[in-house]
Design a protein around this ligand. Structure first.
Ligand code: GZL
Length: 360
């Protein structure tokens, strides 16, 4: 039984089984997990693309000892406070999988979006005896002191979610996460379709300093030039990935650009804040302004069902099964891909009604 500092009653999130060929073997829907507002099951699945080609990493190359996770202390470092369902579901997935596997002890920390705290969180877990670390990095740069502390003790670090600009299979073992450029590209395609390839778009950017914001922006802007060159991007401003800031920035943009007809939010929380601002300004989302966002949280997918959002591109946070499967394979001495890109769903008006219950 896993001893976890903050383990709430075990509610299993979506579980994915990774086949020996590292392609999806199948998924078992699981019982409820309390990630979304409604507290219903997050269901869902963690899908590993089969195109995990590229370099691998193994224990012999990296350094360190073979470990059975059932006898190990594992640390999980979360970057942002769990006000965002993405973060809630991500942490819950790690906790649920650790409990399911029977990891001896799971330490969990939360950096509350402060880089210095994420560094000290990781160092603290190392001092508490963590033998392996799963890290959701806040930024692409800056974690070097923490990675160096793990490296000095040959403690393997698996990064999930955002990518760090350090060397795989040296500073950390591997990266598991989405293709964020592809997410931006898909958002552009849905936005163009919803707007009829014309009009003015505002972009609510994510927080700065991480590859997610950069890639989601580049993917969107480049694809929009391809699919709808007549659509004009008239504003780009960060909403820091939060609902409150997203609403605030949307209010400012509406003042400056009252004739916008499209809003691309780089995460659902900002998109939900934008909807409040748009409606307060007398606009009708889904009719005179089209909103597209990224994450796939239940609250946003429900807005697709309600017709207030045109589409939501999923960014699946349920890394638990894939992360622990990759970690154990590595600690058994097997070679694991340095870069595992997961598949993400797309929610539109056609599939959202049937699939909203499995959103997180
Ligand atoms: C994506 C993740 C992003 C989410 C946001 O992997 O880093 O950070 O899309 C979250 O909701 O703030």
């Amino acid at each position: 039984m896993t001893a976890s500092r903050s383990l709430r009653p075990v509610q299993l999130a979506g579980i994915a089984v990774l086949s020996a060929a590292l392609t999806l073997a199948g998924c078992t829907k699981s019982e409820d997990s309390g990630a979304s507002d409604s507290g219903k099951s997050t269901g869902g699945e963690q899908v590993a693309k089969d195109d995990i080609s590229g370099p691998t990493c193994d224990l012999k190359t990296y350094g360190g000892d073979k470990i059975d996770l059932k006898t190990a202390v594992v640390g999980f470092s979360q970057s942002e406070k769990e006000a965002n369902p993405f973060r809630i579901a991500e942490t819950q997935s790690i906790k649920d999988e650790a409990a399911k596997l029977g990891v001896k002890q799971l330490l969990t920390t939360n950096a509350n979006s402060q880089l210095s705290k994420q560094i000290s969180d990781i160092q603290d877990m190392i001092n508490q005896g963590a033998q392996a670390l799963v890290v959701a990095p806040l930024n692409s740069d800056g974690l070097e002191p923490a990675l160096a502390a793990a490296r000095a003790k040959d403690i393997p670090v698996l990064t999930v979610d955002r990518k760090v600009n350090s060397e795989p299979c040296k500073d950390y073992v591997a990266f598991l996460g989405s293709n964020f450029v592809e997410q931006g590209k898909r958002a552009a395609q849905e936005m163009a379709k919803a707007m009829g390839n014309k009009g003015k778009v505002a972009i609510l950017l994510g927080s700065s300093g991480n590859n997610v914001t950069t890639d989601r922006t580049n993917g969107f802007v480049d694809e929009m030039k391809n699919v709808a060159p007549d659509i004009e991007i008239v504003a780009q401003q960060t909403g820091e990935f939060t609902r409150e800031k997203g609403q605030q920035v949307m209010e400012q943009i509406i003042q400056a650009q009252p004739d916008i007809t499209g809003v691309y939010a780089e995460n659902d929380e900002m998109g939900l804040g934008a909807l409040v601002a748009l409606k307060s300004a007398g606009k009708t989302p889904g009719t005179d302004v089209q909103v597209v966002s990224i994450d796939g949280t239940r609250n946003a997918v429900q807005k697709v069902v309600d017709g207030e959002m045109a589409a939501v591109v999923e960014s699946n946070p349920r890394f638990g099964p894939l992360a622990f499967d990759t970690l154990q394979k590595f600690l058994n001495g097997e070679a694991v891909p340095q870069n595992v890109v997961i598949d993400d769903k797309l929610y539109g008006k056609d599939n959202a009604p049937a699939e909203v219950s499995s959103a997180y």
